[in-house]
Design a protein around this ligand. Structure first.
Ligand code: H79
Length: 435
């Protein structure tokens, strides 16, 4: 925790990002406090919603099927999510035990899901629905008491002024019309709106920086400008950037896409784990935006285990839902929110406001710690005992459920706990109290 309080704990790594970092940046007190708040929350819900939901093939549909941006825009004219109810969304999400919501305000397709004066291509001006769903959601979040974060794409497959990068080559933009200065002004205007019209915002979550590689001559992401604008408009608003690289100054969160920090199974998160608050984002099924052919949802048990594993690394889990074109959340997602809520009510104490313990992750599962209390999350079948490497002296060992004392013996490297009954539950939790 204490490291989070030090400005110098930020890893300045400008050379690998193609971005000129502000080496003089020092986070404000409000920002440092917000990092601590974020770092205690442990569970957030990600929402990927845009006009792409109408196509039912995820948020990369425009790129994947090389849809001309003018044809794609016709979906806006048919976007009328009559079942959207922000209060219901927030109630269901809060019920899961999540402490924050991160929603796509504008994804790579370039469509703004909020009322913006920077472009007519937005939910208020370009759809028959005409409602600012971000406004409705922010009102519901503030009244129900849950933090709201904004996803914001740095790349845009529909704007001529955005210099074409590694993606969106088949969306009909004419080369030679790019103007990064103009595009930067557009982003700054939108970020100003997002941080002026929707109350207090917990974080801006950037994505898409990887669309331009560092070595491309003449191209520079204006991150300094964007970050300092955010810090100036809302000093407690955190900056996250899902660039799959080490964080640079001005950022507050290190993101890992589809991976527990330190693992790189999905291939997007090879960067070293740093000292900033950590966040893993992952889908409930296999898609971010609504995908009508993807009904392969993770079980609640799998999600609970992922949550225990991310918490065991000292990271938050940002768990995604892709709302349907009518504005409702898929029933399978609602079911998991309810089931997660039941689990968090009972076991949240072992997740919220914890940190990675000195034990780390063992063959039987991850561990979390608050003060002198360590929680062993036993996720795998054991043969009746587990070895726990431990330097500190032990006061008591007992089951979290029912507080039943467990016998243990000292070993050279720690303790061996006997009479471990691995249950049929998602996570058998044993508490170790240190002296
Ligand atoms: O918003 C969700 C996704 O749409 C977005 N991030 C999550 C949170 C996302 N975009 N891309 N990806 C996820 C996968 C990244 C693929 C990449 Fe590449 C591989 C980026 C860089 C290497 C392929 C090659 C795409 C661009 C270049």
């Amino acid at each position: 925790m204490s490291l989070l309080m030090q400005g110098k704990a930020i890893n300045a790594n400008a050379t690998t990002t193609g971005v000129s970092a502000d080496t003089t940046f020092v986070p404000s007190q409000a920002e440092l406090q917000a990092r601590q708040r974020f770092n205690s929350e442990r569970l957030g819900i990600f929402i990927h919603w845009g006009i792409y939901s109408l196509f039912g093939q995820g948020e990369w549909f425009m790129n994947d099927k090389n849809v001309n941006y003018k044809e794609y825009a016709k979906a806006a004219e048919a976007f009328y999510p009559h079942n959207f109810n922000a209060e219901d969304w927030v109630k269901a999400i809060k019920g899961s035990g999540a402490k924050y919501i991160c929603i796509t305000t504008r994804h790579h397709d370039g469509f703004s899901m909020f009322g913006t004066k920077a472009s007519p291509y937005n939910i208020v001006d370009a759809t028959p629905f005409k409602r600012d769903i971000i406004k409705e959601l922010s009102d519901a979040c503030h009244s129900q008491g849950i933090n709201l974060h904004f996803y914001y794409s740095l790349l845009d497959w529909a704007r001529q002024d955005y210099p074409v990068g590694n993606t969106g080559h088949g969306t009909g933009r004419i080369a030679g019309l790019s103007d990064m200065g103009k595009y930067t002004e557009f982003m700054k205007q939108q970020l100003t709106e997002l941080l002026s019209n929707y109350g207090s915002i917990g974080a801006i979550w950037f994505d898409g920086q990887w669309d331009h590689k560092a070595d491309e001559k003449g191209f520079h992401w204006p991150l300094n400008e964007l970050y300092s604008l955010i810090h100036r408009l809302q000093p407690s608003c955190l900056v996250a950037n899902n660039h799959h690289l080490s964080p640079i100054r001005g950022e507050d969160i290190q993101n890992f896409e589809r991976d527990v920090p330190g693992e790189n199974k999905a291939g997007l998160s090879g960067q070293a784990v740093g000292k900033l608050p950590l966040e893993t984002c992952e889908t409930m099924n296999g898609s971010w935006g609504y995908n009508c052919t993807d009904l392969k949802y993770k079980s609640t048990t799998e999600i609970v285990r992922l949550l225990a594993r991310t918490a065991g690394k000292g990271a938050n889990l940002l768990l995604n839902i892709g709302p349907q074109p009518d504005g409702s959340l898929p029933e399978e997602a609602l079911k998991r929110l309810r089931e997660l809520g039941v689990w968090m009510k009972q076991y949240g104490e072992t997740i919220y406001d914890t940190e990675a313990s000195e034990i780390g992750e063992q063959s039987w599962g991850p561990t979390t710690q608050r003060g002198k209390t360590i929680y062993l999350h036993i996720l795998k079948e054991t043969n009746g005992s587990i070895d726990v490497p431990l330097k500190s002296k032990v006061k008591k060992v007992y089951t979290f459920d029912g507080k039943v004392p467990l016998k243990y013996t000292r070993t050279k490297t720690g303790i061996t706990i006997n009479s471990i009954v691995t249950p049929g539950t998602s996570d058998a939790i044993v508490v170790v109290e240190l002296k």
